[in-house]
Design a protein. Structure first.
Lengths: 188, 188
């Protein structure tokens, strides 16, 4: 793996986000990211396949964490409560990452290709959650609908966390968003 | 607009879907679509900008119809009931289009680029619905969450309609899916 660079990955991630924010994602090259991080391009490619991966490297592990928490919820838990457990587990990953997440979101919002990639990420999470709920014995269409609700709450709760004027607990915002969703869908 | 071809658009649409189904979307050319329809490429381009547009030409009018029905719901209607009115209005567009919709869905499911486009279409509808609800005086995050619920019900209801062994009323499936979503999110 070449010589050891102290926290090379963290430095590359930070440099990439800074440059994407300053110049735009399109305009930034891997060479510039490496230079800003005080590392070589070769080191960059030991950590990331390309400049887009810097922004999406956590997607598959986040999906896995979400799915595992839903799968691991007590057998007696209602589907929506299993989803709530998943949201709780996923929220923990973002502890201490508010500024990083805020920057990342702004970069994505400014680029159509990245927005598409983000939509694909969320659709993949939804499909994985529906599959997990079916394995828990939840029938269709309840499984797909509950999974979609989970992703909707994740999206909206995350957006609120990012844009909140002062930092709040992500897990708290997820719970509030789920409660709000329950309130808006409550039959009158 | 050149000489009049009886139902040129309908013939082109049908020919395109047939070819996408038989050979795959990637492998089909505009020349082949025109030939199958008994028309010229020039006529194709009078109706569609490219071969992808055949599959997405209805997207913006569908979004508009959805939005207008939500905007036009009685002032006293709860946000979720305004969304239900939107689902009802959109369902009507698909009357007599079951086979077309089934074919279209299969073509999209087989192609990653088309799936992305479909996700963008749904995200655009969600954003437009949230905007419409905010104009109706619905606060955030309720507006975004209700809009996401609307799109989730649309997706799942539509999927059920497409895959149902016998043809059922789309509006009925939308209502059932919304009721099911209300049931899964009902607090225990």
């Amino acid at each position: 793996m070449g010589r050891w660079e102290p926290d090379a990955r963290g430095r590359l991630t930070k440099a990439a986000l800074e440059l994407y924010s300053e110049r735009g994602y399109e305009q930034t090259t891997v060479a510039e990211i490496a230079r800003r991080a005080g590392l070589t391009e070769r080191t960059f490619f030991r950590h990331y396949a390309d400049k887009r991966e810097v922004l999406f490297v956590g997607a598959s592990s986040m999906e896995e964490l979400f799915v595992q928490a839903v799968a691991g919820a007590p057998e007696s838990a209602a589907p929506i409560d299993a989803i709530a457990a998943g949201l709780e587990a996923v929220s923990k990953v973002f502890a201490g990452r508010h500024e990083h997440s805020r920057q990342r979101q702004a970069v994505i919002a400014a680029n159509a290709e990245l927005q598409e990639r983000e939509l694909i990420k969320l659709a993949s999470i939804s499909a994985a959650l529906a599959d997990t709920l079916r394995r828990r014995g939840v029938a269709e269409p309840a499984a797909s609908l509950t999974a979609e609700v989970g992703v909707a709450v994740f999206k909206v709760g995350f957006e609120r966390w990012i844009t909140a004027s002062e930092e709040r607990e992500l897990s708290q915002l997820m719970r509030e968003s789920l409660d709000e969703l329950k309130a808006v869908t409550a039959s009158s």
